[in-house]
Write a protein that binds this ligand. Sequence first.
Ligand code: ATP
Length: 306
Amino acid sequence: MTLAIETSALTKRYGSTTALDGMDLAVPEGSIVGMIGPNGAGKTTTMRLLLDLIRPTSGTARVLGEDPRSGGPTLRRRIGFLPGELRLEGRVTGRAMLRHFERISGPVAPGRIDELADRFGLDLTRHVRKLSKGNKQKLGLVQAFMHSPPLLVLDEPTSGLDPLVQQEFLAMLREVRANGQTVFLSSHVLSEIEQVADTVAILRAGRIVTVSDVESLRLTAVRRVRLGVRGMDAAQLVTALAAVPHVSGIRVDAATGRAHLTVDGDIDPLIKAISHYEVTDLIAEEPDLEESVLGLYGTQEASHVD
Ligand code: ATP
């Protein structure tokens, strides 16, 4: 397996603050890897180190087989980068700005800029400084995607995008992956990572808490279940369900007689248990990745039940 990104004990300190603390991360070529974590976790620091915008205190990184410290403009051209804090000013149009970026990033296929702008619904004739935050973000994304780089490094790419544009963006990520390109993105919007990422690295206080594929995160996820059973009153239902492993937070709705409960992890014991009853209604909500992740962070929200 070839790695597009590989870090080993990568560390960045600012005085007494450790922004990144011994990160070991591997991003396989042709995959989408998401990095999530709360504010200050070290996501932006990681990306800036990979782009050689800052230098590590210790540890190493390899990006597309090269050390970012020595890769220079040649390596830089092979990476499409969207910075977290995009500052686009100036009295130039979006199109002029992209032409300027093209001179730095390397050639762009004819028609590619217009195709991307159309998909994002971005007007390239408007002056950059007059664009809304979301439209500036779209311009930043066009800039990152336009030269079809082998690696995309995207810091909070969906920030400021409306839901429809977010969906278009996710579709584009799937397309670039199908094209063999690699995507490394950061977010605290977990649902977007859940939809596209092959692997999720969860970062907290400069350290990787866990690296997991999305399917495994689902298995450890919290599910909310609504259940109706014929011929049992509320007390009987609560007693029966309370004995089932992984089930908690049982509440029976007085009006409907249905039980609402939480399954933390394996749902199979619940399915086996209720198979003995006449089930009139069963809804298991999509596992909430956010709750799983908050569980890994060790916060209270993970065990919160309505
Ligand atoms: P956010 O989601 O808020 O953007 P992040 O995960 O991207 O957060 P970083 O920006 O990487 O987090 O910051 C990690 C830590 O390093 C924070 O505690 C931050 O205050 C600190 N830090 C980052 N840059 C500097 C700097 N130039 N000088 C001092 N401390 C810094």
